[in-house]
Design a protein around this ligand. Sequence first.
Ligand code: FEO
Length: 169
Amino acid sequence: MKLSAELQEALNAQIGMEFHASYSYLSMAAYFEANSWDGFASWMSLQSDEERVHAMKFYTYLLDRGATVSLPAIEAPRRDFSSPLEVFEASLEQEQAVTASINRLYKIAHECDDYATVSFLKWFVDEQVEEEKAVSDMIEKLGRVGDNPDAMLLLDSLAGERDSEGEED
Ligand code: FEO
């Protein structure tokens, strides 16, 4: 079964969204590096790598389905942040936008009776639950820590223990 033109276009757009997320997390990593928050920088850098993996899953899927890969332009990411909390809040906003986009893709795949794509997208539906949770947890912890410098250093250190699966050791 051939991918519908609508689905092909939407999947290509998703590649751009995932690369933009990767780019954006890299910009957040740079902010943390520049401000000596090494643990948060490492967390963001790993997240940036994960987003590239997400983009490549869509890329490979399009090719596996015999569809055309048409990479969209990637917008420059935000780089003006004033606190770790602000960075993670921007991250949550970004993840919520990705979730909405994945849900839209899922709806289109259903409407096209393209069950291979529905199945492919299920991994992303579950992944978004994890991603939103990881960022929300960090926002909650940052809120709890407030302006306490010792607690902030501890949280930064814990963030640096995150492994490539997104878990803290
Ligand atoms: Fe690929 Fe964080 O969504």
